[in-house]
Design a protein around this ligand. Structure first.
Ligand SMILES: NC(=O)c1ccc[n+]([C@@H]2O[C@H](COP(=O)([O-])OP(=O)(O)OC[C@H]3O[C@@H](n4cnc5c(N)ncnc54)[C@H](OP(=O)(O)O)[C@@H]3O)[C@@H](O)[C@H]2O)c1
Length: 259
């Protein structure tokens, strides 16, 4: 998949849309209940990840809350020690064909330095290496901890990670041309409002979430235009248990409105 580089502004319905920088193609991929939540229902992780591998990606972009699931945090005393990379876990039987070289980068946005279980993440067999996105305000001790784990950190933005700049840097410095997300509503909302999403792929389960406060597919950081963010349905696939795999395209030619 080729990188996107649009050099002219676009006007749609009287609004001018900011041009995109060179950045990878971004697919937001989630398993959702029919009430639009990403938690609060049983899932089959092997199916979710098997389908996710359809999108060959140079990088998997993960939210920091999602990355906490790699394992328990390291004890503080352990964090202060430099450690060699752990042995990689074997690929789960049945998934061998999904691991093709080069494996994707795991990219985790973590400006606040909350992910402290990197030994567990490094042991995963799915990724070739890990890049943590930080901002100028990310604590120095967290960066030193990443250094002790041999994990690259890429700074973009002042307080939160500037996702547009980070994606551009991943394209130019790491050759990443396609990204698939592995995150929840906060990451999806931040990407969408920044005009950085090309496609949304939903594994829609025939279930209603048990969690009335559960994270939704998209949590926008602030209101957008009253008409909402309109998508274009590009594909529907019915799976055996009544789940649907739905694919939507966003506006493929422009970033967010500037005026
Ligand atoms: N069903 C599914 O398909 C699926 C898939 C993945 C995860 N999940 C679930 O989703 C839940 C987590 O979702 P979540 O949305 O709470 O967390 P998340 O997506 O894991 O993390 C939120 C991420 O968004 C970033 N972010 C938020 N606002 C931003 C902004 N304005 N600018 C830049 N970055 C911003 C945060 O960056 P900072 O760290 O820098 O603040 C953080 O990395 C978990 O329960 C997980 O199990 C479900």
């Amino acid at each position: 998949m080729s990188r996107i580089c649009v050099t002219t502004a676009t006007t749609v319905g009287g609004r001018t849309y900011r041009d995109r920088m060179t950045r990878p193609h971004v697919v937001v991929y989630n398993e959702v209940s029919i009430d639009g939540r990403v938690v609060g229902f049983d899932t089959d992780p092997s199916r979710y990840y098997r389908l996710g591998f359809r999108w060959r990606s140079g990088a998997i972009l993960m939210g920091s809350t999602t990355a906490l699931a790699f394992g328990p945090p390291e004890p503080v005393a352990e964090e202060l020690r430099a450690l060699p990379p752990p042995d990689r876990l074997p690929v789960v039987p049945g998934f061998e064909s999904l691991v093709t070289e080069p494996r994707p980068l795991l990219v985790v946005s973590d400006s606040q330095g909350i992910v402290r279980c990197w030994q567990h993440a490094l042991a995963q067999p799915w990724y070739r290496s890990i890049v943590v996105l930080v901002s100028r305000s990310t604590p120095a001790d967290y960066r030193r901890y990443l250094d002790r784990r041999g994990i690259e950190h890429l700074e973009a933005g002042e307080h939160r990670v500037d996702l547009a700049r980070a994606l551009e840097r991943l394209a130019t410095t790491h050759g990443v041309s396609a990204v698939r997300t592995d995150g929840g509503g906060a990451l999806n909302g931040a990407l969408l409002t920044a005009g950085l999403v090309d496609e949304i792929a939903l594994l829609l389960d025939p279930v209603i979430s048990s969690d009335p406060d559960g994270q939704r597919l998209v949590t926008l950081p602030h209101p957008t235009a009253p008409g909402g963010i309109r998508l274009r349905l590009t594909d529907v696939e019915r799976l055996d248990d009544g789940a649907l795999l739905l694919r939507y395209a966003t506006n493929p030619r422009a970033g967010p409105p500037t005026g």
